[in-house]
Design a protein around this ligand. Structure first.
Ligand SMILES: [Fe+2]
Length: 397
């Protein structure tokens, strides 16, 4: 790498890191204390990811034709005159020696690369400071076969991937909880990844305790890979204390009176499977005891489970895990997805070979702490009886 280009990378990266920390929002008045230390630690830990994404975005900007034109324009109209003014009149002779010309070209390369990286840093800053906090509500009518008439109009909110930790602070995630309550849900279903570090299960429990489903005990959750990697004993303790029901290879029944029960003649099963990567999901054990003619929704953190063939009836898997890819690039889609099946299970409703699955984009961020073109999501389903599983976009709130 040439020296000017290396310098451009260095200054863009340093500027990026120096920009993020003071821009982080404050959640309480003690922002200058432990809160800020946590946030700063989070930024530093994620520094390599931030640098990589900023560099990639900057590279794409200077490589694409419109991006290159914009970079040249900024360079010629803004940066060059500033540098000339700084250098003074002695270097502004129209006649240039070859060495001088080479120096100017090198400087131009530096400026073009630098402005591209600055654009990348700007996009990353937007993804970190703005878009990852702009939670959106996705609303659907969900048709299920064999749904009892008494359960028509039942409202389910689905949320996943809070990833409570140094980056996803309670203040960042609380708007999603408020939005969920605004939907007046009967049940709240959460397919995993509540934390990014074990020290934050308490914060996840605090947030979960603020959910207000109309059905008593109606916050149901399954674990994700990150929950497993951060001590499930603590997770079980904290989330149970918050009033959540933990469904690990287990099912509960919502009867026609909209009460949670062990079983019944008419109602809807709500099942939870263990995580595919870090746990032991057992479809047969969980689903085979259920009466075949009764509908069932299944929480599975990882949507890849839709490819597993068990023969059991599943009307809809509810998943998260992919975060919608977090970053969507024009023509390329989401370059990083934790799935064995490429971009198939990025987000939304997908018909898998074994089961239909709805993949929510999640609320928090993991890995690279930005979202671009993939805002956080809270999902609201209102249930209908239908001949098969189908979703239809609508407006309910
Ligand atoms: Fe996740």
């Amino acid at each position: 790498m040439s020296r000017p280009r290396a310098l451009a990378y260095f200054w863009a990266t340093l500027g990026l890191l120096l920009t993020y920390t003071p821009l982080l929002p404050t959640n309480n008045r003690l922002a200058l204390g432990a809160e800020l230390v946590l946030k700063t630690a989070g930024v530093v830990l994620n520094g390599p990811g931030l640098m990589a994404i900023s560099g990639t975005l900057g590279y794409l900007v200077v490589c694409s034709l419109p991006g290159r034109l914009a970079a040249w324009l900024v360079t010629l109209l803004l940066l060059e005159p500033i540098l000339r003014w700084i250098e003074g009149p002695r270097n502004q002779s129209p006649l240039c020696e070859p060495a001088e010309l080479e120096r100017r070209l090198t400087r131009r390369t530096f400026l073009v690369t630098g402005s591209g990286l600055a654009a990348g840093a700007l996009l990353s800053s937007y993804g970190f400071c703005v878009e990852r906090r702009k939670v959106q509500l996705e609303q659907y009518l969900l048709s299920l076969p064999d749904l009892p008439p008494e359960l028509e109009g039942l409202r389910l909110v689905v949320m996943a991937d809070w990833h409570c930790g140094p980056i996803n602070r309670p203040g960042d995630l609380h708007p999603a909880v408020v939005l969920a309550n605004r939907c007046r849900p009967d049940l709240v279903l959460m397919p995993g990844d509540f934390v990014s570090s074990v020290a934050h299960f308490g914060e996840a429990a605090q947030l979960a305790s603020q959910l207000r489903p109309r059905v008593p005990g109606g916050v149901l959750l399954g674990w994700g890979n990150h929950d497993h990697w951060n001590d499930l004993d603590v997770g079980n303790q904290e989330m149970s204390r918050a009033g959540c029901q933990i469904l690990t290879n287990r099912a509960v029944f919502l009867n026609h009176r909209r009460e949670l029960d062990r079983s019944g003649k008419s109602g809807l099963w709500l099942c939870g499977l263990d995580d595919l990567w870090a746990g032991s999901p057992d479809l047969i054990k969980t689903l085979s005891p259920l009466p075949q003619q009764q509908p069932r929704l299944v929480l599975s953190h990882n949507p890849d489970l839709a490819e597993e063939r068990s023969g059991a009836r599943v009307d809809l898997l509810l998943s998260g895990h992919t975060h919608g890819g977090q970053v969507r690039l024009p023509a390329l889609g989401s370059p990083v997805l934790p799935s064995r099946y490429g971009q198939k299970y990025t987000s939304g409703f997908v018909q898998g070979p074994s089961y239909p699955v709805y993949v929510t984009r999640g609320v928090g961020v993991g890995g690279i702490p930005i979202r671009l073109g993939v805002p956080p999501e809270v999902t609201l389903f209102e249930l209908r009886q239908g001949p098969g599983t189908a979703v239809q976009r609508t407006r309910l709130v």
